[in-house]
Write a protein that binds this ligand. Structure first.
Ligand SMILES: [Zn+2]
Ligand SMILES: [Zn+2]
Length: 339
């Protein structure tokens, strides 16, 4: 019997502040890896999960799914990873291996999604986490850990959406929302060679958006700005969780163009533009393990660099509050100060 205790921060009921939490790790299954955590990013979906927005949270709940650390123990059937390896883990920590999506390699769509997040039983705002080695990714040696952390959820999400829906670098892309996801999406879309427009409700973000690689910047609250870009974009990626004027946005998309939702805003839609302009609206969730590996090497090759604010894990509640108030610039990564 191991005397190892994992220390973390848990919400003990719906919407509550995180409190220190301690648990004995379950015995490693044959494909499991225990990773000793050095860094964990704070994603808006952590707040959604604490609030049980998705209806799948069980308490006590330890959030955190942009994890970087070192392999501390491996199960007997683990291959390709050894103790000490620096690795990253994202939202998905395992999969059922049997459903139609797992059999197709699209494990992020696993039908057992409630059980397959890395936050079951407990996530990355902790000293350690346990995941199936097939969802534990070796990191490029020179990539800073806080950069890798952000790539594990935000990076994968935006890269996968772009890779799936970009048909050529000639496509004009707009990124709606310049936050944790959006500022990385601008960088990836620019690296893919696209003409990129950043669309934000906040004029103050203009210089930074251009610095991330946007060619143009538009403020959403100015209707005349939007009016200039009717039928302009082949692809719009919506990264925001805030309510958005979808009818106005659809006007900016070329006929037969596409809107991809990767944030979770409540939307109302008048279907006139959708039908008469022959548009598509689709969602995009994370990406599969081979997309994760491709994303990491693309990010390394193209110098994708999320703008990170480092905070100690002991300040997790302050970090969550900052994200809630949209004050993070642009992603907070917690470093483990528990040891
Ligand atoms: Zn996330
Ligand atoms: Zn499955």
């Amino acid at each position: 019997m191991s005397a190892l205790k994992i220390l973390g921060y848990s919400a003990n009921a719906l919407g509550q502040r995180l409190e220190p939490f301690e648990y004995a790790p379950p015995e490693l299954k044959e494909h499991d890896v225990r990773v000793s955590i050095t860094h964990c990013g704070v994603c808006h979906t952590d707040i959604h999960a604490i609030d049980d927005y998705y209806g799948i949270t069980t308490f006590p709940f330890v959030p955190g799914h942009e994890i970087v650390g070192h392999v501390a123990a491996v199960g007997p059937a683990v291959t390709g990873l050894k103790e000490g390896d620096r690795v990253g883990i994202g939202w998905q920590g395992r999969s059922c291996g049997k459903c139609e999506w797992c059999l197709k390699g699209e494990t992020q769509l696993c039908m057992e999604i409630e059980e397959t997040t890395v936050m079951v039983p407990y996530g990355g705002f902790s000293s350690s986490v346990i995941a199936d080695y097939r969802f534990v990714y070796p990191l490029p040696p020179t990539m800073p850990s806080e950069v890798a952390a952000v790539l594990m959820c935000a990076g994968l999400t935006v890269y996968s959406a772009l890779q799936t829906h970009l048909e050529s670098p000639d496509m004009k892309v707009a990124i709606l929302g310049i936050g944790g996801l959006g500022h990385v999406a601008i960088q990836f879309a620019h690296a893919f060679g696209c003409e990129v427009t950043a669309i934000s409700s906040s004029p103050a973000k203009k210089d930074q958006a251009l610095g991330f690689g946007a060619d143009h910047f538009i403020v959403t609250n100015d209707i005349t700005n939007i009016g200039k870009v009717y039928f302009n974009y082949d692809l719009v990626i919506c990264t925001t969780n805030d309510g958005t004027n979808l009818d106005l946005l659809l006007n900016t998309i070329k006929k037969r163009g596409r809107l991809v939702m990767i944030g979770f805003p409540d939307i109302n839609l008048n279907s006139t533009n959708l039908v008469s302009h022959d548009l598509s609206i689709t969602g995009s969730l994370l990406g599969n393990p081979s997309t994760m590996r491709a994303m990491l090497s693309f990010a390394q090759e193209h110098g994708i660099t999320p703008m990170v604010e480092l905070m100690p894990m002991s300040q997790v509640n302050a970090a969550l509050q900052k994200v809630k108030e949209n004050k993070a610039r642009y992603r907070i990564v917690l470093f483990n100060d528990m040891n």
